[in-house]
Design a protein around this ligand. Structure first.
Ligand code: NAD
Length: 421
C-alpha cells in the first residue's frame, strides 16, 4: 500500500527530501512553522536556492503528490528535518527537534515510523523516542524510531539525496530495517543499518575528520611562519607521499557543519582533547590573521580591504564565516577604515552592509592593504595593474595561496602569505 510521508521542517534538507519522496510515488505532505514556506510550496514555489529544486517542486505539487499543510495530520511516516544550531556555550540546541517531536505526540498511531534527519549529538534520537512515549504507545514495538543523517552538499542536493550512500541508525533493529525500507524507494546508493548513537556519531565524525585535518594544516602554517619556511611547499612535497594528504590552511573554518558538528561530539565529553584543540586552533585563525594585518599596516587609521566574506569560495553563505569574525576583530581592536568586497554576498541580508562595496575599484581605492580572504573564482584574474594604481600602498596579504606571486612582484607589490614568514 502507498505510504503517506510527512516532512517536518521544509528547509534546505526537508524540502528536497519531500520532493524526491513525492517524485518516487509516495503521498507526501510538508509541514513548517513558517507559514510563508507553506504558502509558497502550495503555489509550486520555493524560498531557497537549490539547482533543480523549483522545477521538481512544481512538478510534484501540480500532480498532487506533494502538498503543504499548516496543521499536522495523521501519517505513516514522520521525518524531522528542523535546525540543530549551536548554543553560546557550544552545546547543541535541540529545542527545534524537541518541539517538532512534541507536535506529533497526539497524532502518532501504532505502526508509525519517526525519523530524525537533523544532525544531532549522540543520544538525541533516544531523546526523541522518550518524548514520543508521552503518546502512551510502546516505542520500538508500536512506533519505530531511527536517525538517518543527511550528508548532501548544497548545490548538488537533488542528485546526492538519490545517489549517496545512507546510514540508518535505529533505536532497535526493527526500526532500522523499517526506515531502510522507506528510503529505499528513492535511494540508489547503499543503505547501511546500525544503532542510533552510531549513526549520530558517523555524521558528526565525517565533519570532525575534516575539521581536525584543517587544524593540522593551520598548525603547520603557524609553525612554518615561526620557523621561517613556506607551509605550502611543505604540503606540496609531503603530499607526494602516497599515503599523506595534508589539507589546506586558511583564515579559519566556517559554515554551519564543519565549524559546529565537532562541538556536538565532545558535548559532555571532557576527554575529547584532540577535537577540542582542533576547534580552538581553527577558531583562533582570524585572530592570527588580524595580528598579521596589524604587523603589515602600521598606520592605525589606514584603509584595509578584505576580499571575500563567505565561509567558502563561490557561495553567498556567511554562516559561521571566519571572515565575519575577522571583520568583528578589526572593528573592535583597530581604527582602520575597513572596506569589504564579495561578489556573492547579498548586501541587504548582510550585517555590515555599510562596509560592503560593490565595485572592486572603490573597495581598494586608497587602501594600504588588500587581504585575499576567500578564493572566489572572480578573484583569480584581478587586474592588479589597475588595483596597484588605485591603492595607496601596493600591499597584498594572501590567506589562501591563491594569487600569482610572480605577477604581483612584477607589478611592484609586497606579498604576505599565510603560512610563510
Ligand atoms: N543544509 C545543509 O547543507 C545540511 C546538510 C546536512 C545536514 N543538515 C542538517 O539538517 C537539519 C536541517 O537543516 P536545514 O539546512 O534544512 O535547515 P533550514 O533552516 O534550512 O530549515 C529548517 C526548517 O525547519 C523549520 N522549523 C523549525 N522548527 C520547526 C518545527 N518545530 N516544526 C516544523 N518546522 C520547523 C524552519 O522554519 C525551517 O524552514 C539541521 O540539523 C542541519 O544541520 C543540513
Amino acid at each position: 500500500m502507498k505510504k503517506k510521508v510527512t516532512i517536518i521542517g521544509l528547509g534546505y534538507i526537508g524540502l528536497p527530501t519531500a520532493a524526491v519522496f513525492a517524485k518516487s510515488g509516495m503521498e507526501v505532505v510538508g509541514y513548517d512553522i513558517n507559514k510563508k514556506v507553506i504558502e509558497a510550496l502550495n503555489k509550486g514555489e520555493i524560498l531557497i536556492e537549490e539547482p533543480g529544486l523549483e522545477d521538481l517542486i512544481k512538478e510534484v505539487v501540480s500532480n498532487g503528490s506533494l502538498r503543504g499543510i499548516n496543521v499536522l495530520e495523521e501519517s505513516d511516516v514522520f521525518i524531522i528535518s528542523v535546525p540543530t544550531p549551536i548554543n553560546e556555550d557550544k552545546t547543541a540546541d535541540l529545542s527545534y527537534v524537541k518541539s517538532a517531536t512534541e507536535s506529533i505526540i497526539n497524532i502518532i498511531k501504532p505502526g508509525n515510523i519517526v525519523v530524525l534527519e537533523s544532525t544531532s549529538p549522540p543520544g538525541a534520537t533516544m531523546e526523541v523516542a522518550s518524548i514520543l512515549e508521552k503518546s502512551g504507545l510502546i516505542i520500538g514495538e508500536e512506533v519505530f524510531v531511527a536517525h538517518s543523517p543527511e550528508r548532501v552538499l548544497p548545490g548538488r542536493i537533488i542528485k546526492e539525496l538519490v545517489e549517496n550512500d545512507r546510514i540508518v541508525g535505529g533505536i532497535n533493529e526493527k526500526s532500522a530495517e523499517l526506515v531502510k525500507e522507506i528510503y529505499s524507494v528513492f535511494v540508489k546508493g547503499e543503505i547501511f543499518t546500525t544503532d542510533s548513537k552510531t549513526a549520530e556519531m558517523c555524521k558528526l565524525m565525517e565533519n570532525t575528520f575534516r575539521d581536525v585535518n584543517i587544524a593540522l594544516a593551520n598548525e603547520l602554517a603557524i609553525l612554518a611562519e615561526n620557523i621561517g619556511i613556506n607551509a605550502w611547499d611543505v604540503i606540496k612535497f609531503a603530499n607526494k607521499h602516497p599515503r599523506v594528504n595534508i589539507h589546506q590552511p586558511g583564515p579559519g573554518v566556517g559554515g554551519h557543519c564543519i565549524a559546529v558538528d565537532p562541538w556536538f561530539v565532545i558535548e559532555n565529553q571532557p576527554e575529547g582533547h584532540l577535537i577540542r584543540q582542533a576547534r580552538e586552533i581553527n577558531d583562533g585563525m582570524p585572530e592570527r590573521v588580524l595580528n598579521r594585518i596589524m604587523s603589515i599596516v602600521k598606520n592605525g587609521n589606514a584603509k584595509v580591504t578584505l576580499m571575500g566574506l563567505s565561509y567558502k569560495p563561490n557561495v553567498d553563505d556567511t554562516r559561521e564565516s571566519p571572515i565575519i569574525k575577522l571583520v568583528e576583530l578589526l572593528k573592535e581592536r583597530t581604527n582602520y577604515q575597513i572596506s569589504l568586497h564579495d561578489p556573492h554576498v547579498d548586501k541587504d541580508r548582510f550585517k555590515y552592509k555599510d562596509l560592503l562595496i560593490d565595485s572592486i575599484d572603490e573597495a581598494v581605492e586608497n587602501s594600504e592593504l588588500m587581504v585575499l580572504a576567500v578564493n572566489h573564482n572572480e578573484y583569480k584574474n584581478l587586474d592588479f595593474e589597475r588595483i596597484g594604481e588605485l591603492m595607496l600602498k601596493k600591499q597584498v596579504f594572501d590567506t589562501r595561496n591563491f594569487l600569482s606571486e610572480e605577477e604581483l612582484i612584477k607589478l611592484g607589490f609586497e606579498l604576505t602569505l599565510l603560512g610563510r614568514n
